[in-house]
Write a protein that binds this ligand. Structure first.
Ligand SMILES: Nc1ncnc2c1ncn2[C@@H]1O[C@H](COP(=O)(O)OP(=O)(O)O)[C@@H](O)[C@H]1O
Ligand SMILES: [Mg+2]
Length: 318
């Protein structure tokens, strides 16, 4: 853990530093509210409200405009499917929502309101608090996201330990519970296995358990089944859908598989070249089940017309 972030002597979770941070946060929220009143900008009401988000990376080849004017909202308990070609900015958008880009490693502008609090303007300590406790992510490739040196149980328990005042024993019991919940057989003994001792499907389940460890209100799944074979894919998608209904979380499901979004999503956002090309409600795709999706036509289109393939985000040489 980076220096200065751990608990300090005489400073419990409800201690001096937590109180100072809370005071700082409410001052920032008041300032943000005053700015919105001054500029006539609408107050955020949805759980997640993204407004004109830009995430640009300065590189030796020029400015890469990975996300270039994204706006959308997501309500609690709903599933938003994000589809789009490779390189259209889906992963950068989701990492931006998690607050993993900041002014040190990217040029970021716009607003990402999570329950009214702007993640772009928040300080890193606050974003770290929100990550894990309020929002979590299931990554595409569990093998590169799980640390090979630590047991699966330790990695699931870690976030729970950091965000809750519990003993190591209680955190371990929580990890066993979560492994059971995501369908790992003999969870009480498998909790001490290392990631390489799990199969691909089990690793993805362990990642889901890790993401759920603090009961997040927003869950982002970035192509969670791409690395899995078809049967395991179906099980993992059913699992995410069941857990969402149980926990009532909002879910962003990023995929290039239209069958998946037709089955799972309440709304579909199509990304193209870093921005929103269209927002739709899912229409049934033959051979797939739908979860109450209507076949309403496109509700709005703000982006460029389809040109067949996604232009590179990297500028062309002059
Ligand atoms: N850290 C970075 N520095 C420079 N360019 C990046 C960085 N991260 C992503 N990109 C570029 O941003 C664009 C969008 O990437 P990404 O969001 O990963 O696409 P995808 O829609 O396939 O998930 C790509 O052109 C990618 O090369
Ligand atoms: Mg991606």
């Amino acid at each position: 853990m980076a220096g200065g972030e751990g608990p300090r002597k005489g400073d419990g979770a409800g201690g001096r530093f937590a109180r100072r941070r809370a005071r700082h946060r409410s001052t920032m929220e008041l300032e943000a509210h005053a700015t919105r009143e001054r500029t006539g900008e609408a107050e955020p009401s949805a759980m997640l409200d993204i407004r004109d988000l830009h995430i640009h990376f300065p590189t030796d080849d020029g400015l890469v405009k990975a996300v270039d004017g994204m706006s959308f909202t997501l309500e609690r308990g709903r599933t938003l499917g994000i589809v789009g070609e490779s390189g259209s900015g889906k992963s950068v958008t989701s990492l931006g929502i998690l607050g993993l880009y900041h002014r040190g490693n990217a040029q970021i502008s716009g607003k990402i309101y999570l329950d009214g609090e702007d993640i772009v303007a928040a300080d890193q300590a606050r974003v770290r608090e929100l990550r894990g406790s309020k929002m979590a992510m299931i990554f595409q490739d569990p093998l590169s996201s799980l640390h090979p040196y630590y047991t699966v149980g330790n990695q699931i328990a870690e976030a729970y330990l950091i965000h809750n005042k519990v003993s190591r024993k209680a955190a371990r019991a929580h990890a066993v519970d979560l492994l059971k919940r995501v369908g790992i057989p003999q969870a009480a003994s498998r909790v001490d296995d290392y990631p390489h001792q799990f199969s691909g499907g089990m690793r993805q389940r362990a990642m889901i358990a890790m993401a759920l460890s603090c009961d997040p209100e927003l869950l982002i799944a970035d192509e969670p089944t791409t690395a899995l074979d078809v049967t395991v894919q179906a099980q993992i998608l059913d699992l995410i859908s069941d857990l969402q209904q149980e926990y009532g979380s909002a879910v962003i499901m990023i995929t290039h598989d239209l069958g998946v979004v037709a089955e799972l999503a309440d709304d579909i956002l199509v990304m193209y070249a870093g921005s929103t090309a269209a927002v739709r409600t899912p229409s049934p795709i033959p051979g797939t089940r739908t979860r109450g999706g209507s076949s309403a036509p496109c509700r709005g289109s703000t982006g460029p017309a389809w040109s067949g393939c996604c232009p590179s985000a990297v500028p062309r040489p002059a």
